[in-house]
Design a protein around this ligand. Structure first.
Ligand code: HSE
Length: 329
């Protein structure tokens, strides 16, 4: 199966490293673009050579070649869209995805902006073209939560989704709780370690978690909700005293996203939880609890970010497409 990759940041590099390390998967890179160059080789490109070129020149291919030219080439079965997220417009990724789907190509992405902003529209184009739109990597990094909703728990009625959807906030809260760090100290640590978004206000004000909640809610219930529909309170106003108060009752505080159409809830807010609660996880981990009619409560916990971890989710989507569309026809 031929794949074109747009965007060569941490996730794109992680994906190319895994493509180089796992040739047996049969995922053939035929095009790649970054912000200033591109490389298109319908016969296949060595991902390791692209990574070497990128680290030597900061370009993945020929200067001046663009993502649009990759799309025009049509030399791929699946577009993997990994350009930087724009949470407001979803661009330029949204245009790239519409274009690829209209060409009858599958799309796989880790890009939260366009999926949160235009999930229904993109799904409709994909369905009309008989191709797949898959976005496991947009929520919870390596955790296969979208697969669980769509496949593993298919046939269940979902009552609620509750989760820790932002690793940066979880790291900050863990450090404040365990080490008594102030919010500012813990945030500085999270930034130093590279966990936070380019603009960390997206993390600490709960916007990143809300975007992921929108994606999960639309996947589960097709509600057509958008970011503006989420009631959001971040952790930026939280004090060490609030955590101490919770600790005195054998509880702690976590930033929790919660969606339940039955109860009219779509919100992200700090919540006081008993330490034994399944969503009280440590550090940058993410967790999602799915409350269902048949399976009861199912909680998935795992790494919510990281280049290779996110590549794991992308590769899972690519192989699901290969198995469903390419090998079986
Ligand atoms: N900044 C995000 C987080 C990265 O901390 O969870 C993954 O979306």
């Amino acid at each position: 199966m031929r794949i074109a990759v747009l965007g060569l940041g941490a996730v794109g590099k992680g994906l190319l490293r895994m493509l180089a390390a796992k040739p047996e998967l049969g995922l053939v890179l035929t095009a790649v673009a970054d912000s200033s160059s591109a490389c298109i080789e319908p016969g296949g490109i060595d991902p390791a050579a692209v990574l070497d070129r990128k680290s030597a020149t900061n370009r993945c291919g020929t200067q001046g070649l663009t993502a649009e030219q990759v799309l025009d080439s049509g030399a791929f079965d699946v577009l993997v869209e990994l350009t930087p997220t724009n949470a407001v417009t979803g661009e330029p990724a949204l245009t790239h995805m519409r274009r690829a789907l209209a060409l009858g190509r599958h799309v796989v992405t880790s890009n939260k902006g366009p999926i949160a902003a235009a999930h229904a529209e993109l799904q409709e184009i994909a369905a009309g073209q008989g191709v797949a739109l898959r976005y496991e990597a947009t929520v919870g990094g390596a955790i296969p939560v979208i697969h669980a909703i769509r496949d593993g728990l298919a046939g269940n009625r979902f009552h609620a989704i509750t989760g820790v959807l932002n690793g940066t906030c979880n790291y900050i809260l863990t450090r404040m709780d365990e080490e008594g760090l102030t919010y500012d100290q813990a945030l500085a640590e999270a930034r130093e370690l590279g966990y936070a978004e380019a603009d960390p206000t997206y993390d600490v004000r709960g916007i990143d978690a809300a975007i992921k909640l929108v994606i999960l809610a639309n996947t589960c219930w097709n509600l057509g909700v958008v970011l503006d529909d989420v009631a959001i309170t971040g952790i930026d106003g939280l004090t060490v005293d609030a955590l101490r108060l919770a600790a005195a009752q054998d509880c702690t505080i976590r930033l929790i996203g919660e969606a339940s159409p039955d109860r009219g809830i779509l919100r992200v807010a700090p919540r006081v939880l008993p330490r034994s609660h399944p969503l009280v996880i440590e550090g940058t981990l993410n967790a999602v609890m799915l409350s269902t009619d048949m399976a009861g409560e199912c909680t998935l916990i795992g790494k919510g970010a990281g280049s290779v971890e996110t590549a794991s989710a992308i590769i899972g989507d690519l192989l699901a497409i290969r198995d469903r569309y390419v090998e079986c026809g």
